[in-house]
Design a binder for this molecule. Structure first.
Ligand code: FA5
Length: 344
């Protein structure tokens, strides 16, 4: 039996030495030391030995077990280390490879132009207000001096949701809402940017959904010259110091008098060209002095308070500023177009 154990040990040690894989090593461990392994098999025969022989053989068996176990452990550590080294060698980082470029997004041109206009008016002391896009007939029309069946309602063909609710056709209802919330007790100086909706047929200069920015200034002694001054500052900051403005008589039911504001054409410098249709001027917004009826409906005493209001379309402003010839470019999301306006 002693020889059997010695042979078993030599055989196991030889196999351990030859092994190059951790998995094979584990198989050797099971084959020799496992429950059904060779060593266990030999030890089972110990019962047949004499009393004297048993401790001697037992000691040899223990030594054999320890020797095989320690050989297995050493080899396992060696193979583990080898494996790790191979892995590290394969995974080495090549610092000379070019990096992967990160695609950086940026604000949409419309967002940028709205923010530019907001910054400009905030700098002039205006507050930014918001209002709902689903609006009541009352705020969209009646509170702005457009009673039911008023012919001027056709100026802005609307998307009605119910008899009393519609998608707002302009940002002017926010004027009425802001004034009513103050109940005629305080001056107002606000702008309101937001989406508006009209049943307009989409073409190069019209969209059924577009953006407006409303402005309102109500206080004691607000005059038309204040309106003109503010609009002049706006036009020069937006389009350049050399731009002139002119106010032409117009009509809005909620302002009296009402005007359209034109700026001198950037392309021809006012001489006349195809962009300004040979007039030298380009229309950019509607404005006027707040109608006394609108002030009264909102709770302001029109003999004490006066105000001006204006409304502009930022898409058209951006079109003029950047020479964009089709408003649909803002909504079709062609990245090649939009990328040109990302600021670094
Ligand atoms: C109004 O909507 C008035 N509420 C503006 C106003 C406010 C006047 C306060 C007086 C006092 P108008 O319908 O002209 O006015 O529209 C204002 C601007 O919206 C236009 O100058 C234009 O830039 C833009 N606009 C109008 N319709 C469209 C459209 N279908 N697509 C794109 N922009 C449009």
């Amino acid at each position: 039996m002693k020889e059997e154990l010695e042979t078993l040990q030599q055989e196991a040690l030889a196999k351990v030495k030859q092994t190059e894989k951790l998995k094979a090593l584990q198989e050797i461990r099971v084959a020799y030391l496992g429950k059904k392994g060779s060593l266990t098999g030999v030890l089972r025969g110990m019962g047949k030995l004499s009393k004297e022989e048993r401790p001697v053989v037992g000691e040899i068996a223990n030594r054999v077990r320890e020797t095989i176990t320690s050989a297995l452990d050493d080899k396992s550590a060696e193979l583990n280390e080898q494996e790790l080294e191979e892995q590290l060698a394969n995974e080495s980082i090549d610092v000379t490879l070019p990096g992967r470029s990160v695609q950086v997004g940026g604000p949409h041109l419309l967002t940028s132009i709205v923010e530019e206009i907001e910054d400009l008016f905030v700098g002039l002391g205006f507050e930014i207000k918001e209002g709902p896009e689903v609006e009541t007939d009352y705020f969209n029309f009646e509170a702005l001096n457009l009673p039911k069946n008023h012919p001027a309602r056709d100026m802005q063909d609307s998307f009605y949701l119910t008899n009393e609710l519609l998608l707002r056709t302009h940002t002017s209802p926010v004027q009425a809402r802001t004034m009513q919330s103050l109940e005629g007790s305080e001056p107002v100086k606000m702008i309101c940017p937001g989406k508006v909706y009209r049943r307009d047929t989409d073409d190069a200069t019209h969209s059924h959904q577009f953006t407006q920015i409303e402005g309102l200034y109500v206080d004691k002694n607000v005059r038309m010259s204040d309106l003109k001054g503010i609009l002049d500052v706006f036009a020069k900051k937006m389009f350049g110091d050399e731009r002139e403005i002119r106010l032409r008589p117009s009509f809005f039911p909620f302002t009296e008098p009402s005007v359209e504001m034109d700026i001198s054409c950037k392309v021809c410098g006012g001489k006349g060209c195809s962009v300004c249709k040979q007039t030298g001027w380009i229309e950019i917004l509607g404005a006027g002095m707040v109608h006394p009826k609108v002030l009264e409906m909102a709770g302001y005493d029109s003999s004490v308070y006066s105000g001006f209001a204006f409304g502009m379309g930022p898409e058209r402003i951006a079109m003029l500023k950047y020479g964009i010839d089709d408003i649909r470019q803002f909504y079709t999301n062609d990245k090649r177009f939009l990328k040109q306006y990302h600021q670094a």
